[in-house]
Design a protein around this ligand. Structure first.
Ligand code: ATP
Ligand code: MG
Ligand code: MG
Length: 551
């Protein structure tokens, strides 16, 4: 559905504009229910709605679909606002479905007066039985023919709190034989004795989603109501309600396929379960596909927006490879993240021929492909750290790093040669004794000898000590719910590895949360916005340099 002319929704809007539908106006909305944090799937909807408005000089509302006080919380409202801003979209003042409670109530009364809505006193179980099944038509409720007066009286008393939850509901009178279950006299109001974050205890009846949503759209003058495919079967009800009340605007609902990504779950209900069962460290755990988790991990808004562009908009459901998301991220970070040196599994190096107590300053490129990014000072001394993995006692021929007698280049510094590996009592190598060649400052030997390997290092005398968190896929399987398994059973037990006492170059002292760095040869990292302190900096690995998952 992605053509050079744009995706199918873009094309519908263009046609509408060409026909001067809605007087040439375009208005969209992003309508989250504040019952959890937003995830990467929501980014697809956010980007689509805001971009359509931008492209056609229209507006896009952020509207909280807050009509179920039992599940919604102010903290979710606050988080969602912050996430949408962070993603780069400006929504001015947010809208709230709860601001329409009076109007919604009045429309319900209008439907009752027209004989199109009735108070039903079936219990939930009875109602289910009367509703029928996909293959079997439903039966009319015995309360369906109550008089308008009786309905008005009962609805008023529901509103005034006379009845308990579940005693009565307000339903619209459509068709109990409809093949579409949503059209079998759906409930539009129920009694719920819960205070609301915004309306307090003004209401003890609350409107249902299908009633609230279309009316909220119409009240805001939305022209194109874009939603995911699971609402396709709700469209006839969306239209029925707007056709049966007095309202001047009738937005067009258009459905598109949800985003699905492998190795994760994109559903608030499932994410909620991971959070409430303590299987992750909160909604913003960097392993989660929540936008706040990804933000904390070091994802950039540009990378996420670009990913949403790349996957496009269509009506076809698919599961996208996590590798594609990570590759969009790498493209952005490779371009923009300054290079630094950090050693995450440190091994001590002592340069036996370098004077004790002396330090010198090396100049290192901030971005080898972008000289305009400048250089920075990195200090050097007799005592260094290198990566444990960069030494092998008995290296194969193709290992161009350190081994007994082998020479390597220290990035932006000297060539060094390993003389001896010192072991502790358990046989583990704990220190390398090396020599450096004073003639090779900057990395080249005047005699022209070739040294293939270049490794990163830090000065042990002025590096900073940090905790580093290495993340892996949250789930072991590409499809966490394969063969009907509970996704919780498929969590990857190794999704978080904590490395204490990583050694980082001094310049990282001034790292700001979320600002990306490439730790040379190791990946992209950022300071954790939540748990880092000046005494103990915490860095998250955002993503590796290359796709280590591709086979
Ligand atoms: P979930 O199903 O994950 O709990 P939701 O659909 O209940 O999410 P809402 O807050 O009701 O979440 O959704 C707000 C908007 O985001 C809706 O228009 C919905 O269609 C859209 N949306 C939610 N998940 C996705 C997704 N994975 N891909 C695209 N759009 C999505
Ligand atoms: Mg929802
Ligand atoms: Mg949903």
């Amino acid at each position: 559905t992605q053509t050079a002319k744009g995706h199918f929704i873009e094309n519908i809007i263009k046609e509408d504009l060409a026909g001067n539908k809605n007087n040439g106006r375009v208005a969209t909305r992003f309508p989250p229910e504040p019952n959890g944090f937003l995830h990467i799937g929501h980014a697809k909807s956010i980007c689509l709605n805001f971009k359509m408005a931008q492209q056609f000089n229209g507006k896009c509302n952020l509207r909280f679909d807050d009509s179920n006080p039992a599940k919604e919380k102010q903290i979710y409202i606050d988080a969602i606002k912050s996430t949408v801003k962070w993603l780069g979209f400006d929504y001015n003042t947010p809208f709230y479905a709860s601001d329409y409670f009076d109007a919604l109530h009045d429309f319900a009364v209008e439907l009752i007066k027209a004989g199109k809505a009735y108070v039903c006193s079936l219990s939930a179980d009875e109602m289910k039985e009367y509703r029928g099944t996909l293959t079997e038509s439903g039966k009319n409720s015995p309360y369906r023919d109550r008089s308008v007066e009786e309905n008005l009286d009962l609805f008023r008393r529901m509103k005034e709190g006379e009845f308990d939850e579940g005693e009565h509901t307000l339903r619209v009178k459509i068709d109990m034989a409809s093949p579409n279950m949503n059209m079998r006299d759906p409930v539009i109001y129920r009694v719920k004795k819960a205070p609301h974050a915004r309306t307090g205890d003004k209401w003890c009846i609350y409107p249902m989603y299908d009633f609230t949503h279309c009316i909220s759209d119409a009240l805001e003058g939305i022209t194109h109501s874009l939603c995911s495919l699971e609402f396709e079967d709700h469209r006839p009800l969306y239209d029925w309600i707007l056709d049966n009340i007095t309202i001047p605007c009738h937005p067009q609902q258009i459905e598109f396929a949800r985003m699905n990504i492998n190795y994760t779950v994109l559903s608030k209900r499932k994410l909620q379960r991971l959070v409430s069962e303590g299987l992750v460290a909160g909604w913003d755990d960097p392993r989660l596909p929540t936008l706040e988790g990804m933000r904390r991990r070091g994802y950039t808004p540009a990378a996420i927006r670009n990913f949403c562009d790349v996957i496009g908009v269509s009506k076809k459901e698919s599961r996208i490879d996590m590798g594609l998301l990570e590759s969009c991220l790498r493209d952005d970070l490779n371009e923009n993240a300054p290079r630094v040196m950090g050693v995450i599994r440190p091994l001590k190096v002592t340069l036996e021929n370098y004077p004790e107590g002396e330090t010198e300053t090396m100049e290192a490129m901030n971005h080898p492909q972008k000289p305009e990014a400048g250089k920075r000072d990195v200090s050097f001394s007799k005592h260094l750290y290198v990566e444990k993995d960069d030494f092998m006692e008995d290296p194969p021929k193709k290992f161009f790093r350190l081994g007994p007698g082998r020479e390597v280049r220290l990035r932006a510094a000297y060539l060094i040669t390993c003389k001896e590996a010192i072991k502790n009592e358990t046989g583990e190598v704990v220190e390398l004794i090396c020599t450096y060649d004073p003639e090779t400052r900057g990395g080249n030997a005047p005699d022209g000898r070739k040294v293939k390997g270049t490794i990163h290092w830090v000065n042990a005398e002025d590096c900073i000590d940090a905790q580093v968190r290495i993340y892996d896929r949250l789930f072991k399987d590409e499809n966490p719910e394969k063969d009907g398994q509970d996704f919780v059973e498929n969590l990857n037990p190794d999704s978080l590895e904590i490395l204490e006492h990583a050694k980082l170059e001094r310049s990282l002292e001034k790292a700001q949360p979320e600002a990306a760095y490439q730790f040379e040869r190791l990946g992209y990292f950022c300071l954790d916005s939540k748990e880092s302190t000046p005494e103990r900096p915490v860095f998250n690995r955002t993503v590796t340099l290359r796709d280590t998952w591709a086979k």
